[in-house]
Design a protein around this ligand. Sequence first.
Ligand SMILES: C[S@@+](CC[C@H](N)C(=O)[O-])C[C@H]1O[C@@H](n2cnc3c(N)ncnc32)[C@H](O)[C@@H]1O
Length: 311
Amino acid sequence: MAISAEHIPVMLDRVLVHLDPRPGRSAAGEPRVYLDATTGLGGHAEAILVQSAPDGRLFGLDRDPAALEAARARLVRFGDRCRLVHGDFAELPALLAAEGLTAVDGLLADLGLSSAQLADADRGFSLQLNGPLDMRMDPTRPGTAGDLLDTLGEERLAEALGRLGGERYGLRVARVLLRRRRDGRLRTTVDLREAVHAALGRGRAGRIDAATRTFQALRMLVNREEEALRELLAAFPRLLRPGGRAVLLSFHSGEDRLVKQAFRELARDTSPVPMRLLTKHPERPGRSELRANPRARSVKLRAVERREEAA
Ligand SMILES: C[S@@+](CC[C@H](N)C(=O)[O-])C[C@H]1O[C@@H](n2cnc3c(N)ncnc32)[C@H](O)[C@@H]1O
């Protein structure tokens, strides 16, 4: 069965090499199950299902109901080998338990936003398109970017802009944002971009827009992305079967640092769940992928394998 070409997932070949999805039964005698914690448009999920045919199963998670709808349409042909569930990977153990699963043979997390989320002006993620200050990946939960700007103090906002967005002038930006919000002049994504430009200038032509860092930091705050990743990294080792593998794709240096630290700890002899590093250094996409998909620019791939139990 071929993989459809409509959306090429990031570093697909390397994800498949490391995750190594296979048909057949695991040592426990059960059909192999692979978990896609960030199903998105279902690109990686589809490839996992193709490679583990005819009996490998996929459990796909996403906190965005619209993403799951798109993935459902794409993956319908796999029938009951594929189960898609709405949820946050920060709550992985409970979500798996609700499906009667205690462990999986592989886990993939392709962090961040999907191209569909970015392209939908109404979601408020894009600094190119005008939309509401929303930025929730899961619109069924409260707390938009606008709500955050109504409640965060200047210091806290400045700290987040620096830590999550890499914004060197966080305090200057935070002051302008909060003043404009109070004055009713900060309601949309275009207002947000203009407020950052008012604080910092536009940045030099040809460089990334100066507002990019603020958009990224607000999005990560709204969705508690750092907290969710910490939860995932704490929970996944015990959810992998011996010999099972985890592959993480991060697009943000702070997230990659968390993944690197967690994997290094797990690879120590003293780790309660011993793992083997499959990537000593992060892997990066090749030139042809970068030409075809600019979103892959900042991605780093890391992978680990849970060691088989000692005999
Ligand atoms: C980069 S996209 C994944 C693309 C996917 N691998 C593909 O091939 O189409 C990331 C997805 O992860 C979802 N996501 C981000 N954080 C999440 C979390 N904490 N729990 C569940 N889903 C999350 C987003 O809603 C988005 O749909």
